[in-house]
Design a protein around this ligand. Structure first.
Ligand SMILES: Cc1ncc(COP(=O)(O)O)c(C=O)c1O
Length: 364
């Protein structure tokens, strides 16, 4: 049975209530947030600009849109910022009004929610464990003219896997031929400095959309900032017109201006991840009951073959919260996702997993 009501990770309130402890006593590996916390440059800017709370933000967010456009070297008319990427997902679905969309399973839940609320039919494309959960060119055959929208999460949540660029280019081309709007969710792309994503390929591909979140890499999920990019400027104008006024608060708008320039924070974060992800992967994968997939992002996807224990509950008793993936279509109670945290916290997870799984013989 599911432990929590919430469909997402990061529900520390519910988890803490279950244990009768304060949320701060939990080690939260269920939300994929950079453990460095928000950049110091942003902390300073927020403290120095508290008076922003006393004025309405610019309803057109001109400065923010200019900053985002300059960062990605695209025209400002290609950018729409939102209150987290989640707002951009809903804005895009409402503007595109697709009738027949394809979703990859397992995948992030909000695409389905946005599409279902818009009355769209959903066809599922199931990733397969025997293909290492990777997207393959099987998808190309599954795309038909019946579809008008495809969401892909690159890297995927919860698997962390990033398809290779050649396959993504083939999907972009096939979607163009078939008249399918292709939405690439690059919420975690900032964690992968060696890949540039598909923003450079928006030109000439008005059917292609890229979604970005700043809440994970810059650790501001409570502040909230994300955006979408696309070269169909008519649709962007339509989305802008439909957007709730002032949906981005003044501090989040300021954050966009500050954090994208913080090279030191970016370098330090990439360095941390390049050390801690392989270390955590190796330690967890060494446990006989666990199979871990080596994702490209700041989280790891794993299967636990110990039906005799409820891994999430057992870890919670040790004040460690991980994400059960049982509620992802295409997965079951054996699958989990854990964030990569700082060294000391990762050691807590490794120790807790080792203790909980010691002496357990895997059942496969
Ligand atoms: C794949 C993916 N896309 C988008 C989001 C939403 O991001 P934001 O916090 O910017 O709304 C999440 C949040 O978990 C996510 O995992």
């Amino acid at each position: 049975m599911a432990l929590f009501h919430s469909a997402h990770g990061g529900n520390t309130r519910e988890a803490a209530e279950l244990l009768g402890i304060a949320p701060e006593q939990l080690h939260d590996f269920s939300a994929n947030i950079n453990p460095a916390g928000m950049p110091d440059s942003l902390k300073r800017a927020l403290q120095e600009n508290l008076a922003l709370a006393e004025c309405y933000p610019d309803v057109e967010y001109q400065r923010l849109h200019q900053v985002l456009a300059a960062h990605h070297q695209v025209p400002v008319s290609w950018v729409l910022a939102g209150n987290g990427e989640t707002e951009a997902i809903f804005a895009l679905v409402n503007a595109l009004a697709p009738r027949n969309a394809m979703l990859v399973t397992p995948g992030f839940a909000e695409y389905r929610r946005a599409l279902s609320l818009a009355g769209c039919e959903i066809t599922e494309f199931a990733l397969r464990e025997d293909e290492g959960w990777q997207l393959t060119d099987r998808l190309l055959d599954a795309l038909t003219a019946h579809l008008d929208c495809l969401f892909l999460c690159t890297p995927n949540n919860p698997t962390g896997l990033l398809p290779d660029d050649a396959l993504l280019h083939a999907i972009v081309a096939r979607c163009k031929t078939l008249g399918i709007q292709l939405i690439l969710d690059e919420a975690f792309m900032d964690f992968i400095p060696e890949r540039e994503g598909f923003i450079p390929h928006l030109a000439g591909n008005p059917h292609l959309w890229v979604l970005r979140s700043l809440t994970k890499f810059y650790a501001i999920p409570g502040l909230r900032l994300g955006y979408l990019l696309g070269s169909d400027t008519q649709k962007i104008t339509q989305m802008r017109a439909a957007q709730m006024p002032w949906s981005i608060n003044a501090f989040a708008a300021l954050a966009g201006d500050v954090i994208l320039q913080d090279r030191e924070y970016q370098q330090a974060s990439w360095h941390w991840l390049s050390c801690e992800r392989p270390r955590l992967f190796n330690a967890l994968n060494a446990l006989p009951a666990l199979t871990v997939w080596s994702g490209a992002a700041n989280y790891l996807f794993l299967r636990c073959d110990a039906p005799q224990i409820d891994l999430q509950r057992a870890l919670l008793e040790r004040h460690v919260l991980i994400r059960s993936c049982a509620n992802y279509p295409g997965l079951d109670g054996r699958y989990y996702r854990v964030a990569v945290r700082g060294q000391a916290e990762n050691d807590v997870l490794i120790a807790a997993m080792t203790a909980v799984l010691s002496g357990i013989n895997p059942v496969r």
